[in-house]
Design a protein around this ligand. Structure first.
Ligand code: IPD
Length: 268
């Protein structure tokens, strides 16, 4: 199916922003050894990328609103549409010259994500999805993995930042899922984790306390690849709670069951 005009615009904006990110990533190795470290430089790269995305998308869709990781929410004259942007998802990886990060743009229409682009500018992997039209990696159709046995599942996760809430709960979840699955992976970019579930590279993924810009594109990628997403504990929308499980229909309830068991372990 041909890409919609909105998708064409989003891909063009992401590819344009990616050129700057590639350049900035190339420069990083010089900064790794400096005393000050690459922190400020990376923040500037994030902001530069977001600015290019906003400028390009605004030019093509002047009335649409924005929700951006760096600049927050901007209302548009069109109340039904907004772009949700994470300029570099996987900033810590980027900062350490680890090429596992992505530019992520989603289009929301009347509170529903209808188009998604997640692009790793280093591997040149472009994940796209449109509601009802499937998910693709560089134009190749994606399907989630069909493994149904949790003992064979390779499962991605997040790890809470030092000092943030939910540490004990996370450790209990890790222990239970480590014992049940074939392996756990912490890749450091939620949008790529979700794209990898869509591509069947990971069988499932869970993480808590994420933001809408970490999740918006990936949720549609997973669904359009035949997978499912859920809040970790309830039936609420993960885009609202920030807590997500993504997997096929068989594995998702099995992961959810382990997360519930972890709560019991810590008495929560
Ligand atoms: C981060 C990544 C990471 C997740 C963090 C997010 P950022 O996004 O998605 O995988 O564990 O919670 O904040 O900050 O690199 O855009």
């Amino acid at each position: 199916m041909a890409a919609s005009p909105s998708m064409t615009i989003m891909i063009a904006a992401v590819r344009k922003a990616a050129r700057g990110v590639q350049r900035d990533f190339g420069e990083l190795s010089n900064l790794q050894v400096s005393v000050k470290g690459p922190g400020d430089y990376v923040t500037a790269a994030d902001k530069r990328c977001e600015k290019v995305l906003r400028t390009e998308l605004e030019k093509a869709r002047p009335g649409y609103g924005f929700l951006m990781e760096e600049s927050g929410a901007v209302k548009g004259s069109d109340p039904d549409h907004r772009f949700i942007i994470d300029p570099i998802d996987g900033t810590t990886n980027f900062m350490h010259s680890l090429p596992l990060f992505a530019i992520s743009v989603a289009l929301e229409r009347k509170n529903e994500i209808v188009a998604a682009v997640t692009y790793n500018p280093i591997s040149d992997e472009l994940f796209t999805a449109e509601k009802g039209a499937g998910a693709f990696l560089n134009n190749k159709r994606l399907r989630v993995a069909n493994r149904t046995d949790i003992h064979e599942a390779l499962v991605g996760c997040g790890i809470p930042h030092r000092g943030s809430e939910g540490q004990a709960e996370h450790r209990a979840e890790l222990a239970l899922l480590q014992a049940k699955t074939i392996g756990l992976r912490r890749l450091g970019s939620a949008t790529l984790d979700l794209a990898f579930v869509a591509a069947g590279r990971l069988d499932a993924f869970w993480e808590r306390n994420l933001h809408p810009w970490d999740l918006a594109a990936g949720v549609l990628l997973v669904r359009e690849a035949g997978g499912f997403t859920s809040d970790c504990d309830t039936d609420a929308n993960p885009l609202q709670t920030g807590n997500i499980i993504a997997a096929n229909a068989d594995l998702l309830p099995l992961i959810k069951k382990e997360l519930a068991a972890a709560k019991k372990v810590i008495g929560a």
